[in-house]
Unconditional design. Sequence first.
Length: 544
Amino acid sequence: MKKFTTLILLLFVITGSLLCQPTSWLIQFSDKKNNCFSLDNPAAFLSYDALERRVRQGIPLDEKDLPVSEYYIKQLLEYNLDIKLISKWFNVVIVMPESQRDIQAIIRLPFVKSLQTMSLPKGKTSDETSRKFGFSEVYSNVSKTDFEYGNSYLQNHIIRADSLHKRNYTGQNIKIAVLDGGFMGTDTIAAFAALFHSGRLVGTRDFVTPGGSVYAHSGHGTAVLSQLGANDPGNIIGTAPDASYYLLRTEDVYGEYLLEEYFWAAGAEYADSAGVQIINSSLGYSVFDNPEENHTYEELDGQTTPVTLAAEIAASKGILVISSAGNEGDGPWTYITAPADAPNVLSIGAVNQQGEYASFSSVGPTADGRIKPDIAALGQGNLVSTPTGGLSLSSGTSFSSPLIAGLAACLMQACPEKTPAQLRTILRNTASRANHPDSFLGYGIANGISALSHALIIHENDPYIRVSIVPNPLQGVSRFSIKAEDQIIKIVMYDSTGAVFRPEIVHIYGSRAEVSFSCDARRGMYMVFVYTKYSVSGHKILFI
């Protein structure tokens, strides 16, 4: 009764102040009961790549992985409302009710934990990309050079991405999700033709306007993607030209609202479920069009703002999350913006073409005293692609961030056994100011070749363990043996649906193991993950 009374009072207090402001409601559920999905069958809601990433890094499934209860959503749909967004990580839905009477009825539902109002844009006016991102076209029709990179050479060279490319590390087989405000022209211009022709543009989704096209709004994401995935020799080359990409619109470039942080969360959830290894976010949040939603510096403590919490969850799922630090260094805010304050997010500052701090780049530390940004890359005078297919010089940490995301993809390709946490540490420890980090550029300018050299060192306490499984495939037998170069701790098997497969007998004898199962087991492909003292490795085994 106390909860009900409090919520009703809150409802009447804020109703009057929102008469002229379009409003949505965030409804948080108390649990995920009555769910048609189960953690015993994760393939029903997570891709094979998402499951493989978790198992390889030893990350267990938890309730956050489960979708929101479909039963609860059906109950809400009995009221006059439009569901704008669903987030399983926060266990919330954001709705637009037709009347306050509907809200009062929803409050009484036993599975509703809380309600919160959220502002909506008043309507499309103009593309405010420049204000939000620090994105500006300085020069058009930039002339070519004879070098393969064209005038994109410096932005690659300053972080030694070109040195990784020479070793054929170009991000191949690495999936990157780019969360942004739109990707106008990406589907038509030459810089990204190779992405489409090779099938490496693997998915798009508009979370701001469900069902909409990511190519219909803003050229900011186009410019950001060009730092990563452009492959137009002699004109522009990104730092991960052979990676695969998801283009996700999570930002409404026509306004700035707290609701966008939940769009970001939904985009990150989608990326996680699709099995991406890296998220690039050239977005930042601090001040909003509705001052009541503004963040304070004290909230940049790595555990408060919705977008920071979502970024931390994404990192906990084994994704390397990379975020621009922000463009507030010479403005009234000065500090980094969320989610750059997240402890397990690699936040990126900007330097100019001389390798010096760019005055607009947001500074740290976080409210709880941690060094941010983490590292830096070129962010002033970057060569970028425009929606019309031209090339321009533009500035902002929006462009230093994807340069690092692409560099990280090259390192992932070179060292697939390294976890995101290990790569974050390696990139910091091999940057230009590693011995004397500060609040302007963190640990300094990243160095891809130094990071690679460090990553390839095999430490005694972190060996790469080779594992063999025989026989494989299995034909007419129901037993196989595993041999590793170290002590086997446990063995986990998944069937082709992604569900855990439990053999009848698993015997482990130090570095050997024997696995037995019934001949009645379903024939097909299985994944066997072998955990040793120092590593985890995944292997396909075929039962025919």
